[in-house]
Design a protein around this ligand. Structure first.
Ligand code: ATP
Ligand code: MG
Length: 365
């Protein structure tokens, strides 16, 4: 696609790793020094992951009271809590069925807690008292991306184009860190708009990375009770044979990007039959660049630079290719997104007061 020079200059036809379900990472730019979290347990370096007693977390969440419950996902329930020092945290109590042994759990948590990137939600610590498996994360005050994109409430403003690209770009950078900089590398497995949380400044932060493994999935594919409900995010090869790879994450990223562009859900059974599956609806449009504008979320009211929109749709189309080997690497996606010009002047006719999208949250405000 001519609007995406970054993809052409880089090699996206990576040969599959020896075992395609557990790919071995070959970072494009290997870090000069050994990863700083190489063996936290052997080093006795658990300084980054705090251990909490069940009593401490019970007290932080008022005994896991309903009023502190902020959500429930495929792995368990999430509570808002306040630690004794006043720090506000998110406390995720994993369902105990299928969780792994204590020692194995601790090793994994220590590894994950040492990951550090501005687009990841930090794991603060954990509790493994008895058969409890609880994770303590930084609290993200703006909640998840899904809550700001689709079915937004009347008092909420829709995100403007610049914010959407900022979120896409940050999420891609978080994924790039997991794929190409973390050691061992991490396949996210479950990227979607509910797992992209937002901080105060609307920076996207990926949550639940490594969770499938923590919850007892190991290297086998994790089938959470919610996967069926969110199959619209799964790469075709994952749906067919449970095959996970970095490229299945890239596919899921393509869906998230498409949701940001269109304001549509990955799967929406309230729409006409031929529009219910976002990718199926988008595929014919991908083949005709003249139609790209049709994809833009109507709430944007045409307030976006057209070239930028075309490029974003092009990137989504590349990520959503059926064949995993021709999808770009996430580092290619990061490069392409950072070249998007979100500041292109908007034509007068579209920014006139009559057409002004006053219900759009403007990132300049
Ligand atoms: N660190 C956090 N800070 C603030 N809110 C959070 C945090 N982690 C999770 N949440 C909220 O809790 C809700 C449930 O999250 P959870 O991760 O359990 O479910 P999910 O993301 O919908 O599905 P999945 O189990 O596949 O991750 C989400 O809607 C999210 O907004
Ligand atoms: Mg989640």
């Amino acid at each position: 696609m001519s609007c995406l020079p970054c993809f052409q200059s880089k090699k996206t036809n990576e040969p599959p790793a020896k075992d395609p379900s557990v790919p071995v990472a070959r970072p494009a730019n290997p870090p000069p020094s050994p990863p700083h979290f190489a063996s936290p347990v052997e080093n006795g370096d658990s300084s980054k992951a705090k251990t909490f007693t069940f009593r401490e977390l019970a007290s932080a969440t008022k005994n896991f009271r309903q009023e502190c419950l902020i959500g429930e996902g495929g792995f368990g329930r999430v509570f808002k809590g306040t630690l004794q020092g006043g720090e506000v945290v998110a406390v995720k109590q994993l369902d105990r069925t299928g969780t792994q042994g204590n020692k194995e759990f601790q090793v994994e948590v220590l590894m994950l807690s040492l990951l550090n990137h501005q687009n990841l939600v930090n794991l603060i610590g954990y509790c493994a008292d008895g058969d409890q498996r609880i994770l303590v994360y930084e609290y993200m005050p703006m909640g998840c991306l899904a809550d700001h994109l689709i079915d937004i409430k009347e008092d909420q403003k829709a995100f403007d184009w610049r914010n959407r690209i900022k979120i896409a770009s940050g999420a891609a950078q978080g994924l790039e860190y997991l794929h190409e900089k973390a050691n061992p590398p991490i396949i996210y497995r479950d990227l979607r708009t509910t797992n992209i949380l937002l901080d105060q400044d609307l920076n996207p932060r990926l949550s639940d990375y490594g969770l499938a493994k923590l919850a007892g999935g190991g290297n086998t594919s994790h089938i959470s009770p919610r996967v069926m409900g969110t199959y619209g995010y799964c790469a075709p090869e994952y749906e067919r044979s449970g095959e996970l790879s970095f490229k299945s994450d890239v596919y899921s990223f393509g869906i998230v990007l498409l949701e940001l562009i269109t304001g549509r859900r990955a799967v929406d059974t309230t729409r006409p039959p031929d529009e219910q599956n976002l990718v199926a609806w988008a595929q014919p449009i991908f083949r005709n660049p003249k139609r790209f504008k049709e994809m833009a979320d109507p709430v944007l009211k045409n307030k976006f630079p057209e070239r930028s929109l075309n490029q974003a749709v092009g990137i989504a189309a590349m990520c959503l290719q059926e064949e995993p080997s021709v999808r770009p690497l996430i580092s290619d996606v990061v490069a392409a997104l950072t070249t998007l010009d979100v500041n292109e002047p908007i034509p007068e006719s579209l920014s006139s007061p009559e057409k002004d999208g006053s219900d759009i949250e403007n990132s300049d405000e």
